[in-house]
Structure formats: structure tokens, C-alpha cells
Design a protein. Sequence first.
Length: 131
Amino acid sequence: WANRIVLALGWLSVFASGLSTALVPPTTITAVQHELVTLMWVILVTGASLPAAVGVLLGKNTLEGVAAWFATAGIGAYTSSAWALVGVESVTRSTQAWALTALVFFTFSRAMASAAHTYRVKRAVQRFTDR
């Protein structure tokens, strides 16, 4: 259970990042990113991270896996803007950009792990029913 709780807290933190952006948009990011793009990734991140957390807590890998793809897409949009700031504004933004890149890899790895688990379960069921 400890692993599930930690993963769920991670997904809830992703949700908090989207909610925070919706309530208090980061002006430096919105300066290089169109408001529609910001709205898109906020919707993707907040809309996907809660089902991912629920999926983790309930052991529903497919729910987390599907949600993780959407969350990764949303975080990826934000990450690209952070890297754009590194090139345009200042290299001091690289810390933020690297932290966001790590988050993209985290959410992507969860999507991949969930997909692999779902595939293994499907194959096991198929082998059992083919007997």
C-alpha cells in the first residue's frame, strides 16, 4: 500500500500544478505560450491526474495508464515552454525545465508500466480461456 499511496500523492501533486496554474497563471510561461495552449495543458493535467490517482489507489492499471498519457501530453506542453524560456530569457530557468522534464519522464513511465501490465494480464487471460 505504501507504494500506491506515494504514487497517488505524486498524481495529486500533478493535479495541484494544473489547479495552481488555473488559479494563478504563471506570467513568465504565458508570455511565451498562447493562452489557449495553457488552457489545453491545464485541462489535460487536471482532468487526467485525478483519475490516475484513483486508478493507483484502486489498483486499476488501465485507468492510470490511459490518464497518464493525457497528463504526459499536458505536462509536455508546459515543459516545452519552460525550455523556450531557457533559450529566450535566461539559462537560470534550466532548473525548472529539468524538473519538468523529469516529471514528463515520470508520467510517461507510469503510462508505459500500466500499458505493459494491462498487456500481460490480457495475455494471461487469453491463455487461460484458450485451454
